[in-house]
Design a protein around this ligand. Structure first.
Ligand code: FAD
Length: 352
């Protein structure tokens, strides 16, 4: 929240906040099992990823060059810069390359080595897609757990649509990351035979306009840079969807990286070293939250589902009723944010 304020975009994000609301846990019969508060599920402020991307790209369109439908094919660096060969065939030279290309980062593969050296699976898969809000959910959601599986639906975009989510525990699966139909078939197979609204949600999954499927994984690196190439966000320190902190990590990481480069007057060696030191503890705290949270979000046994539901039912009456919110706030604030004073005149260079 502090970074959003310093960037001057907090109000805009609040305007477009998802306002997901409270989550209800249901049984296979549809009967209510427990409810969690808005803050427990959505934190202080929630926005759909695409809406955040729109705000950031609109704000930077005049001063940042965006190239779409291309990718980096080769990187080679020397003492004064990095030569980048784009997949489209063009070669350009840059002072620094910052990879912000997600869990399966291409920049990380090129500069740090193969993904298998840095990506750790937590033992789950996640899928999410847009479906009809057929239950008429009003800024709220419903979740069903069966051992090792979580399936749910929550309203989005002012109740005009809904998001269906599917999580399941699994050993690593071999599948084609470009074949959405094959991935949908995996989800359908894992959730076949489960009652409640699951058949309708699986129908929605088959025809969804968008679709996400991936392992729930974390990225562990000793340092977030190699020479003149650095990583930010999921590429460098993915905490996984189960952390609920991925966007905070990415936004805070970008702020710290930019700030340290500014403070070091562009000396990337100094700045990247400070970036590592400042981010490390925050990354560890956010990643730990995912490992701890997984047991609660995708309970492994019927017994633990009962314990979890009972805990949530009792929670409003217990002295530690705000525990989930407080824990998340503690993790979210587990970094001291420097103010990077701008002593030199600010010069935003407009693109030609
Ligand atoms: C199901 C789910 C639920 C989540 N829930 C939450 C939550 O509640 N709260 C939270 O804070 N976080 C959540 N997260 C995590 C959050 O979405 C990520 O941590 C965040 O988006 C990371 O931002 P990023 O910019 O580092 O990477 P990404 O958002 O993954 O963006 C990477 C970008 O790089 C592009 N790209 C990838 N490869 C290439 C390439 N070779 N060439 C060019 N471009 C490329 C991609 O198209 C993409 O645009 C969730 C994630 C998932 C999957």
């Amino acid at each position: 929240m502090t970074v959003l304020e310093r960037m001057g975009i907090r109000a805009e994000i609040e305007e477009r906040a998802a306002r997901a609301g409270a989550m209800t846990y249901v049984k296979e019969s549809g009967r209510l099992a427990a409810t969690t508060s808005t803050e427990a599920f959505s934190g202080e402020l929630e926005i759909l990823r695409g809406d955040l991307v729109d705000i950031l790209s609109e704000r930077t369109a005049g001063t940042t060059e965006y190239i779409f439908d291309d990718s980096i094919a080769e990187l080679s660096q020397d003492d004064s810069g990095v030569d980048v060969v784009f997949a489209g065939g063009v070669t350009r030279r840059f002072d620094l390359v910052i990879g912000a290309d997600g869990l399966h980062s291409n920049v990380r593969r090129l500069a740090f080595g193969p993904e298998s050296s840095y990506v750790r699976d937590l033992g789950y898969y996640a899928s999410i897609c847009t479906v009809d809000n057929h239950l008429g959910l009003d800024h709220s959601g419903q979740i069903l757990n069966v051992p090792g599986k979580t399936v749910g639906i929550y309203s989005a975009r002012n109740n005009t649509e809904a998001k269906a989510l599917f999580y399941f525990a699994s050993d690593p699966l071999a599948y084609d990351r470009r074949d959405a139909d094959a991935q949908k078939a995996i989800v359908a197979e894992r959730f076949a035979g489960i009652g409640w609204e699951v058949p309708t949600l699986l129908d929605g999954l088959r025809t969804a306009p968008d679709f996400y499927f991936d392992s729930v994984s974390q990225v562990e690196l000793d340092s977030y840079s190699r020479g003149r190439v650095a990583l930010v966000g999921d590429a460098g320190y993915c905490a996984s969807p189960l952390s609920g902190m991925g966007t905070s990590l990415a936004v805070v990481g970008a702020y710290v990286l930019a700030g340290e480069l500014h403070a070091a007057g562009g000396d990337h060696v100094k700045a990247f070293a400070a970036y590592d030191i400042r981010m490390k503890g925050f990354v560890v705290a956010c990643q730990k939250q995912a490992v701890d949270g997984a047991k609660w979000f995708v309970p492994a046994s019927k017994w633990f589902i009962k314990v979890r539901d009972l805990t949530f039912r009792l929670m409003p009456y217990l002295p530690w009723r705000n525990m989930i919110r407080d824990m998340s706030l503690k993790v979210g604030n587990a970094i001291e944010l420097r103010t990077y004073e701008d002593r030199r005149p600010r010069r935003a260079v407009p693109l030609p």
